[in-house]
Design a protein around this ligand. Structure first.
Ligand SMILES: C[S@@+](CC[C@H](N)C(=O)[O-])C[C@H]1O[C@@H](n2cnc3c(N)ncnc32)[C@H](O)[C@@H]1O
Length: 243
């Protein structure tokens, strides 16, 4: 690792709510792309695979549907969509080329380098949209959600997996045990990027709680917005329909 890369890896990118985050967030994902899949599997004890499966199942994709997997990263969600709905069209989009090119190579699916805050797609182009562990990274959440609403046709489905800010005392306890004790040790061993796993923990604590995210979805033009906790203090799934 070069000195410049090592120095950058020590610093966590700015957190949700802080200004001018996008370049540092993108540089962090560019940096951790080679170890992202391994880190994901180990840190989530493979439960993330089941979460992504459930995300796709809730969308009930039909033949010919076009799904946009936004903040697609290495495209595990896109791959799961292809597995569950082989006759649907699936496109991945992400602003980090190192993440996305790994995903495109791994899945063979179409991928577009794109910023979620200014999507290069026409209005009403998609029948479904997923974001897994991506919305927490957006510099401007309302703008991101209104871009998602813009590219979806009325009646299209949205599914968002995310680490929302834990609210209850019980979920804060789970969060603290897992994120403060286990994650730094495993993260340091695999990624050698202390800034990245510090960002992972701190950005969860600074992100909106799930109920507030659901309200923002309604304001952006989604109806029937519903949220469930998949793992207390750690992961939630929010679904909605483009009004
Ligand atoms: C934690 S990874 C999640 C990747 C994948 N969805 C998964 O389930 O593993 C977050 C991804 O969001 C992408 N991202 C963050 N902000 C973005 C933005 N404004 N536009 C596009 N992609 C963005 C990052 O580059 C990164 O690949």
């Amino acid at each position: 690792m070069s000195d410049a890369k090592r120095a950058a890896s020590e610093v966590a990118p700015p957190l949700p709510g802080e200004a001018h985050r996008a370049p540092a967030v993108r540089a962090m994902f560019d940096r951790i792309a080679p170890t992202y899949d391994l880190l994901n599997r180990v840190l989530a004890l493979r439960v993330d695979v089941a979460w992504r499966r459930r995300l796709i199942r809730t969308l009930a994709l039909r033949e010919g549907d076009h799904l946009l997997d936004l903040c697609a990263g290495t495209m595990d969600v896109a791959a799961e969509a292809r597995r569950q709905a082989p006759l649907a069209r699936v496109t991945g989009a992400d602003f980090s080329l190192p993440m996305l090119s790994r995903g495109a190579r791994k899945t063979g699916l179409p991928a577009a380098q794109a910023d979620a805050l200014a999507l290069p797609f026409k209005a009403q182009s998609f029948d479904a949209l997923t974001v897994a562990f991506g919305v927490r990274n957006l510099e401007d959440l309302p703008t991101g959600l209104s871009e998602m609403a813009r590219v979806l046709r009325p009646g299209a489905r949205l599914g968002v997996l995310e680490f929302f800010r834990p609210q209850s005392a019980g979920s804060r306890l789970v969060h603290n045990v897992y994120n403060r004790a286990l994650l730094p040790v495993v993260g340091r061993a695999i990624s050698k990027d202390p800034g990245a796993y510090r960002y992972l923990v701190e950005s969860m604590e600074r992100f909106v709680p799930r109920e507030e995210f659901e309200r923002l979805c309604r304001e952006a033009g989604f109806r029937d917005v519903q949220g469930v906790t998949l793992f207390p203090g750690v992961c939630g799934l929010v679904t909605g329909v483009r009004a």
